[in-house]
Design a protein around this ligand. Structure first.
Ligand code: FAD
Length: 468
């Protein structure tokens, strides 16, 4: 009768995960989203549609590559209408699944735009007022569009409009060498665009260990028309239905058919009515929370992209689970665990835990073990030896502190490393676990073995003897 009334605002992976767990724990839950169906950016405009397109891109590239193995395919015929329809089918299947899960759990789903009226109520579409005991804000984020590009209208694409595949531009300029720019650049390149990436820092995927990025960089250099590093767009204007772009680093002015802006995301905190509450935001607009997701308003928590940190779907979902555990039991804490990251390019890059770059920056003593995929039977059978697996190890305790993998399917391999790191496993635990042959997962085992100089398929002078 007196169930806690919980409102979850935003039905992305953070919001719906929180709503479902709250219902599972016996709370009275309403989930609100301005979209017609739950799923948020991740399902409707992010992870899922981009990965569907990257799957097609991979298919196309594999058929191209097959020729070297003696199987020749004709160049693909691209039916954009059908691709869009297929992508919509994938999304709608999953959105329907989420709606069914709402019903099964007794979570009320309301489609509408919410606005806080005070610390205990909000309006939907400026009409209905709903009261709550507790509200969890999970309103996510949206692409940033620098004003420099405001004069080129719909010739400027964001990650959202790029996913619509309105057409395949002959020449595409991707502004931003982060994961979204590289993933979408990969898609458009496979579908036939000549892609150029312009990145203001000195490398793609800033912050990621360079040895992990190198195989990707090499491949993208042969696939893309250009990669301009340490370069910025300083001016652009429409010229004969193309965008004329001026760069700052002596590169000649060039015309492109579309410009994809992938320069970051900003939190959805505008027009939320937060000024009617005690919720505080920082100078970048992210909601400020403590280590229990608590905002300045006792009845309001916030999770996912809107609080910043790693802006990833699985981090938002993990926040969603933790915030409900805290709500259900005030003694629970926001225990941090390793958040993996995957860049779904070709090859993929995945990492978790401590990176080599972080260790160097923090002057922390580590030992790095590496296994090149050229020595992996599985990688060779796939025709993709362009990969590397590495482990970051505490030299004293031999505990696995971090891991990174570059190669096809790297994203599927990183889960094992997350488990190892979160459970304090030692490098010998990986070395002594029998991995199936021939699989890419063996690269983790052999990487661990290489720490002891005992990897079967690479020779390295032994440094340490493994205690069995
Ligand atoms: P969101 O998913 O952003 O959901 C928030 C929801 O709240 C939205 O539906 C929004 O419309 C709604 N909302 C906002 N304001 C209001 C309001 N006032 N009233 C009602 N509703 C409101 N992450 C990964 O982990 N892996 C990937 O491969 C990956 N790929 C991506 C690819 C692209 C192209 C993009 C753009 C993002 C990708 N991401 C990926 C990031 C991922 O999508 C986000 O980190 C994740 O969706 C954040 O989840 P969230 O629950 O915080 O919010």
């Amino acid at each position: 009768m007196n169930k806690k009334r919980v409102i979850v605002l935003g039905a992305g992976p953070g919001g719906y995960t929180a709503a479902f767990l709250a219902a599972d724990r016996g709370m009275n839950v309403t989930l609100i989203d301005e979209n017609l169906n739950p799923g948020g950016v991740c399902l409707h405009k992010g992870c899922i549609p981009s990965k569907s397109l990257l799957h097609l891109s991979r298919l196309i590239e594999e058929t191209r590559h097959a020729e070297v193995c003696g199987v020749k395919f004709h160049p693909p015929e691209i039916d954009l209408d059908r691709i869009r329809e297929w992508n919509r089918e994938v999304i709608s299947k999953m959105a329907n699944g989420l709606s069914t899960l709402c019903k099964q759990r007794g979570v009320e789903f309301i489609s509408g735009r919410a606005h806080f009226l005070d610390g205990n109520s909000l309006s939907i579409n400026n009409k209905d007022r709903i009261f709550f005991d507790h509200c969890i804000i999970a309103t996510g984020s949206q692409p940033t569009c620098p004003s420099l590009f405001s004069n080129i209208g719909n010739h400027a694409l964001t990650s959202t409009t790029a996913l619509d595949l309105e057409n395949i531009p002959e020449r595409l300029l991707v502004v931003g060498g982060g994961y979204i720019g590289l993933e979408m650049g990969t898609v458009y390149s496979s579908l036939g665009s000549q892609v150029t990436v312009v990145e203001m820092t000195g490398d793609l995927l800033a912050g990621v260990d360079r040895d992990l990025v190198r195989p990707l960089f090499t491949r993208l250099k042969s696939k893309f028309e250009n990669i301009f590093l340490n370069t910025q767009v300083v001016f652009c204007e429409m010229q004969n239905n193309q965008v004329a772009v001026q760069f700052n680093s002596g590169i000649e002015n060039t015309c492109y058919d579309r410009i994809l802006l992938a320069v970051g995301r900003r939190p959805n905190t505008v027009d939320l009515g937060l000024e009617s509450t005690k919720v505080e935001i920082n100078d970048k607009g992210f909601i400020q929370v403590d280590d229990r997701f608590q905002t300045g308003e006792p009845s309001i928590s916030a999770i996912g992209d809107v609080v910043g940190g790693a802006m990833l779907a699985h981090k938002a979902s993990a926040d969603g689970k933790k915030v409900i555990a805290i709500l259900a039991d005030s003694r629970s804490s926001k225990k941090t665990s390793s958040i993996p990251a995957v860049v779904f390019t070709d090859p993929e890059i995945a990492w978790c835990g401590l990176t080599e770059t972080e260790a160097i920056n923090d002057d922390r003593k580590i030992q790095v073990a590496k296994f090149p995929w050229g020595a992996s039977g599985r990688a060779q059978t796939l025709g993709r030896p362009d990969g590397v697996t590495k482990l970051i190890i505490d030299p004293k305790t031999e505990q696995v502190l971090g891991a990174g993998v570059t190669g096809v399917g790297a994203g599927e391999l990183i889960g094992e490393c997350v488990l190892a790191i979160n459970n304090g496993l030692k490098v010998k635990d990986l070395a002594n676990s029998i991995h199936p042959h021939p699989t890419l997962s063996e690269t983790l085992m052999e990487c661990a073995e290489s720490f002891y100089g005992e990897a079967t398929h690479i020779y390295k002078r032994p440094k340490k003897q493994q205690s069995v």
